[in-house]
Ligand binder design. Structure first.
Ligand code: ADP
Length: 636
């Protein structure tokens, strides 16, 4: 026999791992048993990976295709051992998977931590706890593994006390798969009790498709000798193949926690068997809370594809459009070939049909939630609303359905929660109103307090308040709803159509003759800044506001592009609209000194820009001018 070159190394955890460990031990202390769920879940994934790889290389089974998970305890040694004969890991894989957190978005997650453990504990669930949860109950963890297909001399032993470092060495390991030995902490006796262990394992394994085996000690009736038998403690069938009536809420929840790596329960689930030209089953879940990496559109994890109960892959891109990337669960197809590869799936009509059908199922589930469980829908919207808005942009075919699912804050109610649907809005439209009005701004406060809303408030016309970044794109794709055009209140000449009173019009006309010279002077003074100066009746309290050209870009979109380094919109000058009734405008008529007048004009322009959340090109000059005016007032 050749001896293995152990090549033992001691390596440090990523600093982040240590932080995760500390947080986890702190936050999960009252829910310790979940480490079993995580380990069983990993073992089950490892079996699925082997089954999939073996489809193209039978040799990986090494003559043993019966995949199982064994759990054993040794009360004297105070150890709990979980073993699987799944895919196993190579040395490189152990280093990569256990001891580093390679998940994308990790940096962001750590930035969000406050240092306050109670607060941060809530975040750990979004992150997923995984293998490290073993350290909640163990003060030392030994992992032995060998990847399927490698020689026995390529086994690996990894060991750590969860203190910031681990050792890794090569070992001889005839059996393939992974064995994890937990050396339980001195005060952790709970899991050394057979009945307790059995009940926890049952709870976390019923939805697992592989047999999970615990030793059972019985007494031989004749000899009275103790006999140890293997006992399968779970039903070991794929949960989704059972009928809904056979599945309890708790089983759905546990299955969700397994597939989603979440430890909260889901908001809702969708379980359907589709029959027809395509036959497939979906068991999908909407989580309660957004994961920390929600904004990573390339995040693959989400929905897993099975073919006749064999796991094929988790590749969200093929199965779900990016705007539904928060959906978790499985799709099991009866028709796809078992040897499908990622490449094949990219151009596969069957997959396209499955995806289209599944998207419709998810949308109906959300519609049902909105209708029948509005509180849950509100939670959903708070967590995933911004992502759903991408659907209007990306999913042409379902745009109208998605539009109905959108929720907004509006001027109807000062509640900042986005709760108004477009249907609600339309049902409240004023007599003669033919447009859906909205305003976009950088923040909710800027939108809500914008001077552009003054006339709308006065006339009781509802305006949708948009302040998410994605909203700028949303409104360029959602031009109409229910036959009504969406109209920005900061763009173009204000046209309230039939809602405009004759008085309003006459007054503006009268004022425009009267104020013509003033408008011309303002235009000359601000020639560098604005495209045009004109009168408006949209203002009641403010002296002036800026509007974009009818065909131009909204100022807030322009700012967004600028911030993103794109200067597409730069150069399109705004229009300054002035309120003929404002005392400042009235007083300005009498200003004879042209230099003074120019200062006033600049102040008017700059404050209009400020009030809509814009940034001044030259703030110091604004302050100088303003101070000069104030001094003049104070010393007059
Ligand atoms: P997660 O399961 O969320 O990815 P874990 O920390 O639980 O995070 O596991 C990290 C990785 O380690 C897994 O993704 C998997 O690649 C590997 N792994 C864990 N347990 C096993 C196992 N029993 N067999 C093979 N690989 C495993």
């Amino acid at each position: 026999m050749t001896t293995v070159d152990a090549h033992k190394e001691t390596l440090g955890f990523q600093t982040e791992v240590k932080q995760v460990l500390d947080l986890m031990i702190h936050s999960l202390y009252s829910n310790k048993e979940i480490f079993l769920r995580e380990i069983i879940s990993n073992a089950s994934d490892a079996a699925e990976k082997l089954r999939f790889e073996a489809l193209s290389d039978d040799g990986l089974y090494e003559g043993d295709a019966e995949l199982k998970i064994w759990i054993d305890l040794d009360a004297n040694a105070r150890t709990l051992t979980i073993r699987d004969n799944g895919i196993g890991m190579s040395r490189e894989e152990v280093i990569e998977n256990i001891g580093t957190i390679a998940k994308s978005g990790t940096q962001q997650f750590f930035k969000n931590l406050t240092g306050d453990k109670a607060k941060d504990s809530l975040l750990i669930g979004q992150f997923g706890v995984g293998f490290y949860s073993t350290f909640i109950v163990a003060d030392k963890v030994t992992l032995r593994t060998r990847r399927a297909g490698l020689e026995a001399s390529h086994g690996v032993c990894w060991e750590s006390e969860g203190d910031g470092q681990f050792t890794i060495e090569n070992i001889e390991r005839p059996q393939r798969g992974t064995e994890i030995v937990l050396h339980l902490r001195a005060d952790e006796d709970e899991f050394l009790q057979d009945y307790r262990l059995r009940s926890v394992v049952k709870k976390y394994s019923d939805h697992i498709t592989l047999p999970i085996i615990l030793p059972k000690i019985t007494e031989d009736e004749e000899s009275k000798e103790k006999v140890i038998e293997d006992e399968v403690v779970n039903s070991a069938t794929a949960l989704w193949t059972r009928t809904k009536a056979e599945i309890s809420d708790e089983q759905y929840t546990e299955f969700y926690k397994h597939v989603a790596h979440d430890f909260e329960e889901p908001l809702t689930h969708i379980h359907n068997k589709v029959e027809g030209t395509q036959e497939y089953t979906v068991l999908l879940f909407i989580p309660k809370r957004a994961p920390f990496d929600l904004w990573d559109r390339t995040n693959r994890r989400g929905v897993k594809l099975y073919v006749r109960r064999v796991f094929i892959m988790d590749d969200n891109e093929q199965l779900m459009p990016p705007y539904l990337r928060f959906v978790r669960g499985i799709i099991d197809s009866s028709d796809l070939p078992l040897n499908v590869s990622r490449e094949i799936l990219q151009h596969n009509k069957q997959i396209d049909a499955i995806r289209a059908g599944t998207v419709k199922k998810v949308l109906s589930a959300l519609e049902g939630l909105a209708k029948n469980e509005p509180e849950k829908y509100e939670t959903f919207w708070q967590e995933f609303g911004k992502v759903m808005k991408e659907g209007v942009i990306d999913d042409h075919a379902n745009r109208e359905r998605i539009a109905k699912l959108l929720r907004f804050s509006t001027t109807h109610d000062d509640n900042s929660k986005p709760l108004v649907s477009l249907e609600d809005y339309v049902s409240r439209m004023k007599e003669g109103q033919d447009k859906i009005y909205y305003i976009t701004a950088e923040s909710f406060a800027a939108a809500k307090n914008s001077p552009h809303l003054e006339i709308f408030r006065k006339k009781g016309i509802e305006v949708i308040l948009l302040s998410d970044q994605v909203d700028e794109w949303l409104v360029t794709h959602l031009n109409e709803f229910d036959g009504k055009t969406l109209q920005s209140v900061t763009k173009g000449q204000l046209d309230l159509g039939e809602m405009e009173s004759e008085e309003d019009k006459q007054e503006v006309e009268k004022a425009s003759t009267e104020l013509k010279p003033l408008i011309e002077r303002l235009q000359t003074a601000l020639v560098e800044k604005v495209k045009e100066v004109r009168l408006t009746y949209r203002l009641t309290n403010s002296p002036a506001c800026l509007v974009a050209d009818e065909h131009g870009m909204d100022a807030s979109l322009e700012r967004l592009l600028k911030a993103a380094g794109q200067n597409l919109g730069a150069g399109s000058k705004p229009i300054l609209e002035v309120n003929p009734h404002h005392p400042l405008i009235v007083a300005l008529k009498a200003e004879a000194d042209e230099t003074q007048f120019a200062d006033w004009a600049y102040i008017l322009f700059d404050q209009a820009l400020l009030s809509e959340g814009g940034q001044l090109d030259d703030p110091a000059s604004f302050v100088t001018r303003l101070n000069a005016m104030l001094v003049k007032q104070a010393t007059a």
